[in-house]
Design a protein around this ligand. Structure first.
Ligand code: F3S
Length: 400
């Protein structure tokens, strides 16, 4: 891989210990994936933020990178942390988790990373433009950036995303190259889609098909509907979870779809398959459900407004977490939605989510509109799940 003179001086330690480590990580990645050079990135989104995943070894490494003089060269934000950074006590997070979690955030902040902890950075100030190269790590956000925005990013790991932030560069391979963004399979949707849950189910059906296809082609979706932001973020989360997809095209919706003819390889998704996918994500009854969570990926302001409307003047009967980013929560405060929601007994879980918070085994069954949250609730947190439409999940929280 060819390095510029500035990159050479980084890798030889001339610009400090942390820049050297960061450049070594990128050079190793570039060699593995056959990149010819590094390219500049406009922004970074860093995963591996929850102390639940990082542990002491991860925390130590971050502190070393901060101590070694690491400082961001481009705007960088964080994926959700293991707790609400302000309101963790109300969510039952123990102090012996909160203390190291806050040290993780402190290490990132010392390196100049903006401590906005969200999987929807594009709703919280980290919004690339069409064609920008970025280095993002959260799988749903990576899929959203490539597909919906038309920015270019591979799915970075925690260390490679931090390395990109500290150098302002990433190796040029994978989704950064035009040739790898070509669709390989046409997906004809022969089902009605409406709720965010429908798009989560669609992502599961397509994702499962891609998994069994072995080599994973990029889907070119021909659907009857024009999905909005909420539906698209739900689809991105689900298709990335079940099929490992970093990108899809959607006819007349996503910005690069029109560049290509529909691929000859063709699959159809029927109403029956969508229903089966939905059914497969539910194994708990309403009576067993003791936890409701909305906001995977983090909620938009419109979704928070919707919840406020449904909860106005009522009391929830179950633990109900509303997960979103700090900027969206602040705007919800200003508009009075937060007060309505909190008066109902529901709780905001800002900066975090039901998957990365340390709540394994704390509940018996969780209701949500997110296919991705169902997958991880079962596999990581050992909850049974109930997959519902968005409004129905709110009603589930109200039902005794
Ligand atoms: Fe975001 Fe957590 Fe879901 S990081 S996509 S809310 S699992």
């Amino acid at each position: 891989m060819i390095l510029t003179s500035e990159e050479q001086s980084m890798i030889s330690g001339g610009l400090g210990k942390s820049s050297q480590t960061a450049m070594q990580i990128l050079a190793a990645l570039g060699r593995i994936y056959g990149a010819e050079r590094l390219i500049p990135v406009r922004s970074v989104q860093i995963a591996g933020v929850s102390y639940d995943n990082l542990g002491d070894a991860g925390l130590e490494w971050l502190a070393e990178m901060a101590d070694g003089g690491g400082y961001v060269r481009v705007p960088a934000t964080l994926n959700p942390a293991g707790m609400d950074l302000e309101n963790w006590r109300a969510l039952g997070i123990p102090a012996d988790f909160a203390e190291p979690q806050l040290r993780v955030i402190e290490a990132f902040t010392r390196m100049g990373v903006t401590p906005t902890c969200t999987c929807t950075p594009y709703l919280a100030g980290n919004l690339p433009a069409f064609g920008d190269s970025v280095a993002w790590a959260e799988s749903s956000a990576v899929c959203y950036a490539n597909s919906v925005i038309g920015a270019r990013t591979n799915r970075e790991g925690g260390p490679s995303a931090l390395a990109a932030a500290l150098t302002g560069r990433t190796p040029e391979y994978g989704m950064h190259l035009e040739a790898n963004r070509r669709p390989g399979v046409t997906v004809e949707v022969r089902a009605r889609l409406g709720d965010t849950a429908d798009f989560g189910a669609l992502g599961k059906v397509i994702g499962d098909r891609l998994e069994t296809a072995g080599q994973k082609p990029i889907p070119w979706i021909a659907g009857p509907d024009s999905p909005g932001t909420e539906q698209l973020k739900s689809l991105c989360a689900s298709i990335a979870t079940f099929g490992g997809a970093a990108m899809f095209h959607w006819r007349n919706v996503t910005p690069e779809a029109g560049k290509y003819d529909p691929p000859d390889e063709h699959i159809a998704v029927t109403e029956r398959e969508l229903r089966a996918a939905r059914d497969s994500l539910t194994d708990a009854s309403a009576a067993e459900t003791d936890f409701v969570s909305l906001g995977c990926p983090h909620l938009t302001l419109a979704e928070v407004e919707r919840i406020a409307g449904l909860l106005d003047g009522r009391r929830v009967a179950k633990e109900f977490w509303i997960t979103t980013s700090r900027p969206v929560k602040r705007e919800a405060d200003r508009r009075g939605y937060s007060e309505i929601i909190e008066r109902s007994g529901a709780k905001f879980a800002v900066d975090t989510c039901c998957v990365v918070a340390p709540i394994r085994g704390r509940f018996q069954a969780m209701a949500t509109d997110s296919a991705k949250a169902c997958y991880y609730a079962a596999s990581k947190n050992r909850f049974r799940t109930r997959f519902l439409d968005f409004d129905a999940a709110v009603m589930e929280a109200l039902a005794g």
